[in-house]
Design a protein around this ligand. Structure first.
Ligand SMILES: *Cc1c(COP(=O)(O)O)cnc(C)c1O
Length: 394
């Protein structure tokens, strides 16, 4: 018998709901079989509803491909791009821009904080940028960006606004039209709760027009203009889509819409707060400033003298798989994802594993305090809402 794999609590891939996992195992349809074409259409249409998108492109790939593809389709070599970076994933846009010959001006800040809106406005006022990027949730620092407020600035300065939703989409609201977002780059293995393997891009007419203005772009598979007719009519062909993956994503999208977007976003907020109440009971603090805490993951500082590798090995011995930190935080913090289908069962198991790992490494904690505090926070939300409530299914 093989050993049971630990519960996956990293910020992607995340646990996969049973109907989604089963959908991966359907017979592999011909990509132009009418039954599959219908599923592809249904999936794209559901995603358009989630994002208020005019256009959706969903193809084989990853989140990083969505970032690269978006820059290829919206900014030319030699043009200026404003990158607002709250960590490693913000910086990734600058790295991609560099290889594409795009000039990136990067606004950054200390890990865990946000670039002030005034600083973004100052940059936008100083230069005519072809586009700007913002990371909705930077998975390296746990920072939730001010996506809506930045949208107002993008509108004021008439700059194409690209949002990296990879660690936020389907867990944090991203209504493109309401927020003035022109492009959302995302993928399926984070809050969508689908096995990794898809590049997902939502965009509006303004971004489509920008692609047209560019003429030829340095890509073929990555030219979204090649894909747009296929997204309208998936029986057409340019390159074979990952058939089973799209069937699975469609199941995930159906689950998301059935839960309801408002309820789902409220659930993510509440789960994040409950997990962090548990951490606080263990004396642990987040790297992230209080007002910038993401609902989808937590980046947590180690107490003095706790070794990163030893701690994560102990957590894994207790059945839970968590992530180390990136860049300047490496060795100083650990990361836990709490998005997609993760609920209080998983939070309780994870807090228990963290508590046991700390105890094993000689940190004094009160047994059971974390799980108790997490439930108390969870129940307080219900009390506050007088719960005939939409968000907890009770
Ligand atoms: C995970 C992540 C990415 C990269 O996605 P991949 O699918 O691993 O390429 C990009 N941006 C953010 C914010 C992420 O969390």
């Amino acid at each position: 018998m093989t050993k049971k794999a630990p519960l996956v609590m990293i910020p992607g891939p995340t646990p996969v709901a049973e109907p989604v996992r089963q959908a991966m195992a359907v017979q592999t349809y011909g990509h132009n079989y009418s039954g599959f074409v219908e599923i592809y259409r249904e999936c794209l249409s559901g995603l358009k509803t989630i994002f208020q998108a005019d256009h959706m492109v969903v193809i084989g790939g990853s989140g990083t491909l969505a970032m690269e593809m978006t820059l290829i389709n919206t900014v030319k070599a030699g043009q200026d791009l404003l990158v607002v970076s709250h960590g490693a994933f913000g910086d990734r846009f600058a790295a991609i821009a560099k290889v594409l010959g795009i000039n990136a001006d990067v606004l950054s800040c200390p890990p865990g904080s946000r670039v002030p809106l005034a600083e973004i406005e100052k940059a936008l006022a100083s230069k005519r940028y072809a586009a700007m990027t913002l990371t909705h949730v930077d998975t390296s620092t746990g920072v939730l960006a001010q996506a809506k407020e930045v949208g107002e600035l993008a509108k004021k300065y008439d700059v194409l606004y690209i949002l990296d939703g990879v660690c936020a989409s389907a867990g944090v609201p991203e209504p493109m039209k309401d927020y003035g977002i022109d492009v959302i780059v995302t993928t399926c293995q984070k809050a969508f709760g689908t096995p990794p393997g898809l590049t997902m891009i939502a965009f509006n007419e303004k971004a489509a027009a920008r692609r047209d203005e560019l003429g030829t772009v340095p890509g073929y598979y990555t030219d979204w203009k090649n894909w747009m007719p296929i997204m309208e009519n998936p029986s057409l062909y340019i390159s074979t889509p990952p058939v089973n993956h799209i069937v699975a994503l469609n199941e995930a999208v159906k689950l998301i819409l059935a839960e309801g977007l408002e309820a789902r976003y409220a659930r993510h907020e509440r789960i994040g707060r409950s997990f962090r109440a548990g951490l606080a009971a263990l004396g642990l603090e987040t790297v992230t400033e209080k007002e910038a805490l993401a609902p989808t993951l937590s980046v947590v500082k180690y107490p003095p003298n706790v070794d990163d590798a030893a701690f994560r090995a102990k957590v894994e011995e207790n059945g839970v798989f968590i992530a180390g930190a990136l860049g300047p935080l490496k060795g100083k913090a650990f990361r836990v994802g709490h998005m997609g289908i993760i609920g209080m069962d998983e939070i309780a198991i994870t807090l228990t594993a963290i508590e046991r790992a700390l105890t094993a490494l000689g940190v004094q904690v009160t047994p059971g305090a974390a799980v108790g505090a997490a439930w108390q926070e969870w129940d307080s939300v219900r009390a506050a809402q007088g719960c005939a409530c939409c968000c907890c299914g009770e």
